[in-house]
Design a binder for this molecule. Sequence first.
Ligand code: SAH
Length: 283
Amino acid sequence: MNTNPLPSGDWPTLEQGWVWLCGAGPGDPGLLTLHALNALRQADVIVYDALVDKRILDWAGPHTTLEYAGKRGGKPSAKQRDISLRLVELAKQGKRVLRLKGGDPFVFGRGGEEGQTLVQHGIPIRIIPGISAGIGGLAYAGIPVTHRDVNQSVTFVTGHDQSGETPSSLNWKAISDGSQVLVIYMGMKHMERISAELLNAGRAADEPCAVVTSATTPDQQVLETTLGNMVADIETAGLTPPAIVCIGKSVLMRQALDWAAMAKGQAPRNTDPLGRGRPAESA
Ligand code: SAH
């Protein structure tokens, strides 16, 4: 256990019978919040998901029980209802419960459902946001999710719905027309359909795209491609989930902002990828 103290301040106490729903960020333990660290130190039991980086669990207190809630050894995922009821059960036993989820618990993370079930059972909760993969993961690849020359809006899309299929309720035309940059979570399985829908809705085949797998971890891989070539390039590169897909011109900014490459001594490929000259000095 790492015993580094938290910075001085009034850190909340995780009381018995409470559940804290907490984001663990996309991977790099340095992206954990101080509230998350405070929670890790106090919990009696941590119920964690597959996407929580194992290095983060090393920060738990010595007395803490770790409980995995996700796919294991090919068995199907624990059912959402079972996980929620397990949290209720642990809280009713008087445990100090930390529900730790990858990224942010309220971004495609079912944090709202779990919180609602807990509240309906009279269990008090606290929500601790985390850095979501669709923002922080792209930043680790040098891609700004908004960039003034590119987009005034960004749309976060899930590639799965509850049935595991491409969300049939999505209006791809509206999504395509509605924002210059799209960020797709859980999209790998259905990328063929998703890219076809977007092309059909009028997005250009040469539109820049990036696929970032295992973002912010030592295994991070970044594929730069286009909407038209993405499916083939994912296959050629042999990329596997978890992956965040970004569609839009902000991907080009990676040519200037690939800070991981710079840390390895490489010069930026292009300091003006959008051909706009220097950013304006004033607001
Ligand atoms: N609550 C999480 C998202 C959970 S949905 C968050 O806020 O980030 C699971 C999806 O998140 C994955 O299929 C993938 O699309 C994305 N994801 C989570 N962690 C990731 C990572 N380290 N690298 C790339 N994608 C990630």
